[in-house]
Design a protein around this ligand. Structure first.
Ligand code: AMP
Length: 532
């Protein structure tokens, strides 16, 4: 049997804050405020049940809940039992949720009351019985479909577990997420406790947050950047302030909730800018302005810095596979504009203890100043994709000059200057960001081709504003325009909302490149020339 590497767990910082600050607010949801103690009273019941009644071989538990006490309580409750959590997104199509649930292997699912309708549809499609934990008191759904499952309602969750940092193996999963996959199936990334703790320990030093801080919670729980939101906040004994789904933009919360720490994708800031919210001095309470998840333009960084004039602004970079973020660049209004390449803020330097290397196609390092694919190494790099040795072998590689060390090939093209600063230059594949969400265009192509019944169908990020995609369109040839609504409906039933084409364009001929492949760049140019 492999030796266990016992390690701190992702929930350790929350427990520390619970011991030292039990009465401080941990979570503010609209008008509702929960102290650390109250939040643990909710979560600890889930931990107690999992400890007592669920087989220890069940190492990951799924959560279907959204921006609710159930969502945050379930995550803490699962981690408290030494298990990992797998968040499911109630806004995703059922088919995708089912694929993720099956792939996760989870036999226990915790559901928040706000997902009652999604649960009902899910129950109709489940092949195997699950243990369903429904922790919201007073909620006991009457659905007949529940009878084939083992249902635990709030009434049956009476004991609160002692808040004891569980002893975990460093390789155990802390959270399991799924990202868009080019072959049409989402890829599972299991982030281990040691990966997550490596990030948190560094973040604690870097951001020095404290119990007076009030932190944004902008990211969906299915996006790994939400792990930063929750745990850098709770590790510091600070207050987490999620925005409500109906809020026009999370940026209004800076003033409403007097936030001190902000973290979002640049698209959220861009939207705030379009709404005229980035007046100079508009966000005086912020002391940290952090961006990650997609390229940050110099103009947006400069506008946000003027609005959040008391804050330190940093551009963080990192893929899910290397745990949240792994490089940083600190914006300086005096010197940074001149350092930007193609109008984009550099992605900067690796976190202490993590490694970066830009390589050529043969996985040999490229000289300083030349473009190469960014590879990442160190304690934040995960072990690969869930149950997918083939994709793992392609992306988790050894570089010729570093022996046995495993590096993650990001697919991102970068250039490094003589100081070691990294500049983001784009992608070497068809992965894009749409409003900050990671999308493999081929995953949409597959659905388009199947439903339009033609090989000449592609997804194109469009429209672009300052080079950023705010949506997707389908471009097809040889399909009847009368089928457009059907094609879009098929996409809606299989893909998350942000991957569904807003419209289908019919081209008499699809441009091909010299290799005979569909030329997406040319199509984008054609769309731009049409001025659409
Ligand atoms: P995700 O796994 O969803 O976090 O997406 C990771 C990808 O987002 C990276 O491989 C990059 O392509 C992109 N990305 C993340 N942060 C940045 C950044 N600061 N600048 C440019 N691209 C970024």
């Amino acid at each position: 049997m492999a030796a266990q590497r016992l390690c701190r767990s992702l929930i350790g910082g929350f427990f520390r804050s619970l011991r030292t600050n039990p009465a401080r607010p941990a979570l503010e949801l609209g008008e509702q405020s929960l102290s650390y103690e109250q939040l643990w009273n909710y979560a600890g019941k889930i931990t107690a049940y999992l400890d007592e009644a669920v087989d220890p071989s069940e190492k990951v538990v799924a959560v279907l809940a959204n921006r609710s006490v159930a969502a945050y309580g379930a995550i803490l409750g699962i981690l408290g039992s030494g298990r990992g959590y797998c968040p499911l997104n109630p806004k995703f199509p059922l088919e995708r949720t089912l694929v993720m649930l099956r792939a996760s292997g989870c036999k226990t699912l915790i559901v928040g009351q706000e997902c009652a309708a999604v649960l009902e549809s899910l129950l109709a499609c489940l092949e195997k019985p699950l243990t369903l934990i429904l922790p919201d008191s007073g909620w006991e759904p009457a659905s007949k479909l529940l009878s084939s499952h083992h249902v635990i309602s709030a009434r049956e969750l009476s004991n609160v577990a002692a808040p004891v940092d569980p002893l975990v193996d460093g390789d155990d999963t802390a959270y399991l997420l799924f990202t868009s996959g080019s072959t049409g199936v989402p890829k599972g990334v299991a982030v281990s406790q040691s990966n997550a703790v490596a990030y948190m320990e560094y973040a604690e030093k870097r951001f020095g947050m404290n119990r007076e801080d009030r932190c944004s919670q902008n990211f969906d729980l299915t996006f790994d950047l939400s792990v930063h939101d929750l745990f850098t906040c709770w590790d510091a004994g600070a207050t987490l302030c999620p925005y409500a789904e109906q809020t026009l933009t999370p940026a209004v919360l800076v003033d409403e909730k007097q936030l001190t720490c902000w973290f979002s994708v640049p698209s959220v800031a861009m939207f705030a800018s379009k709404l005229g919210l980035l007046e100079p001095g508009a966000f005086p309470t912020l002391r940290w302005s952090l961006f990650c998840g997609e390229a940050l333009s110099a103009s947006l960084a400069s506008a946000w810095q003027a609005a959040a004039n008391n804050s330190i602004l940093e551009n963080l970079y990192g893929p899910t596979e290397a745990t949240i973020a792994i490089t940083y660049y600190r914006w300086d209004s005096a010197t940074s504009p001149a350092e930007c390449v193609r109008g984009l803020v550099p992605i900067g330097w690796p976190f202490d203890g993590q490694q970066v290397c830009a390589v050529d196609e043969n996985l040999a390092p490229v000289p300083i100043g030349e473009s190469g694919e960014l590879c990442l190494g160190g304690s934040q790099v995960t072990r690969g994709y869930l149950n997918d040795p083939e994709k793992t072998a392609k992306s988790f590689v050894r570089l010729k000059h570093t022996g046995d060390q495993v590096w993650y090939r990001t697919g991102d093209l970068v250039r490094q200057d003589e100081r070691g600063c990294l500049f983001y230059l784009g992608r070497r594949d068809f992965q894009v960001k749409v409003n900050g969400y990671r999308v493999e265009l081929q995953e949409i192509d597959l659905v388009l081709r199947e439903t339009a019944r033609t090989e000449l169908a592609v997804a194109i990020p469009w429209p672009l504003s300052d080079g950023f995609a705010s949506g997707i369109v389908g471009v097809v040839s040889g399909s009847d325009p009368a089928h457009d609504q059907q094609i879009i409906a098929a996409c809606e039933s299989r893909l998350p909302r942000y991957m569904v084409p807003n419209r289908i364009y019919h081209f008499p001929q699809i441009p091909l490149n010299v290799n005979g492949k569909i030329d997406r760049g040319k199509i984008t140019e054609m769309l731009a020339n049409w001025g659409q």
